[in-house]
Design a protein around this ligand. Structure first.
Ligand SMILES: Cc1ncc(COP(=O)(O)O)c(C=O)c1O
Length: 352
């Protein structure tokens, strides 16, 4: 239960379009910033969703959104610049920042929303950007409209970039709301949005992600991408184009499946751990502090023992910057496997 990859098959429409592109010979280099049809379709989709119209010079298709985020840090940071990141968070943010000479400054990603007063105190003249990630890896929480509105205001007041990592875009459960700063940002030169085909569409191996940003940022990142990898895989981009034109019913089925798994897993574990019901994405993030006791001295030891004794693989919260928690992914396990794994976890805790 540690994989961040959805095990439903890639939709057939996507596989067919990719194979078709190969057969038709879309196998060479293409426009460095992405094939025009895909960029236009992504711009159109963003307009439909958020009423925000980007220009083709303001989008870059990359080798997964990881590459977009790394390039952004490379292009933006000079010595000891600071980037505010949520705690806990996907560990790559810290690596991208530190590998590029920056300093990651944690702000708390609490269960009850963000504490904007505390975040404001962390802003210094060195603050270059603040990263948000909603739905969130690892907590499964989504940011509230009010939180995003306040972050947008903070970014505009201090002039730092707001980077919205929307890797789990579209994977929203129940009555939770999907809100993006794309809905509110007045000064769009301060907004960067990264998205990916890896999660909802199960296309992690296609390595197609993209970034919307001010054209100056896109220009610098494209130059970098040109010397690093050149364009993202040409025929995979044709597959991505098919993914965004999929009927809504197919996407709904995929989200329903994830929601069913997430709620079921929550139900099975909620009497043993303090655990928040996920609002979107792939993950649950139970607090294990109550059960560690004298048996396990840390979440790392708990996770190791759980693997060794019960053959259930999870990830320690410490890897995401927050000890006394574990991350559970429901992306690559079916209902029967969730039942079996959660049964083992509960047994592990109660019969230590
Ligand atoms: C929060 C978050 N952002 C970005 C990514 C990057 O995904 P990719 O590079 O496959 O687009 C991941 C992958 O796990 C993630 O969890």
């Amino acid at each position: 239960m540690h994989d961040g990859e959805f095990n439903l098959e890639v939709p057939q429409e996507v596989s067919r379009a990719t194979i078709d592109a190969l057969i038709k010979g879309h196998t060479g280099y293409c426009n460095l910033t992405g094939i025009d049809v895909l960029k236009s379709a992504l711009i159109e989709r963003c307009f439909q969703q958020h009423n925000k119209l980007y220009n083709p010079a303001e989008i870059l298709v990359s080798n997964g959104s990881s590459q977009a985020l790394f390039m952004l840090m490379k292009c933006m940071l000079s010595n000891a610049d600071e980037i505010l990141i949520p705690n806990p968070c996907w560990p790559a943010y810290r690596s991208y920042i530190e590998l590029n000479g920056g300093i990651a400054v944690d702000y708390e990603m609490g269960n009850k929303g963000l504490d904007i007063v505390e975040i404001r105190k962390l802003v210094t003249f060195k603050t270059k950007a603040l990263i948000i990630n909603s739905p969130h890896n690892p907590t499964g929480l989504t940011l509230k409209r009010q939180d995003i509105l306040e972050l947008v205001a903070l970014s505009e007041e201090f002039g730092f970039l707001l980077i919205s990592d929307e890797a789990y875009e579209g994977i929203i459960f129940g009555s939770s709301e999907y809100v993006s700063p794309l809905d509110f940002m007045g000064d769009s030169s301060l907004l960067v949005v990264t998205r990916t085909f890896s999660k909802l569409f199960s296309m992690s191996g296609f390595r197609i992600g993209y970034m919307f940003a001010d054209r100056k940022i896109i220009d610098r990142c494209s130059t970098l991408q040109g010397v690093m990898t050149d364009n993202a895989c040409t025929f995979a981009q044709h597959g991505a184009l098919a993914a965004i034109t999929l009927p809504k019913s197919i996407l709904k089925k995929r989200v329903d499946e994830l929601q069913h798994r997430a709620y079921y897993c929550h139900q099975l574990l909620s009497t043993t751990f303090d655990i928040v019901r996920p609002q979107g994405g792939f993950y649950l993030f139970p607090d294990v502090s109550r059960v560690l006791g004298a048996t396990w001295n840390s979440d790392i030891q708990f996770v190791d023992d759980l693997l060794n004794v019960k053959s259930v693989s999870t990830t320690p919260g410490s890897s995401y910057g927050m000890k006394d928690h574990i991350r559970i992914s429901i992306a690559s396990v079916n209902e029967a496997e969730i039942k079996e794994a959660c049964g083992r976890i509960v047994d592990f805790v109660h019969h230590r």
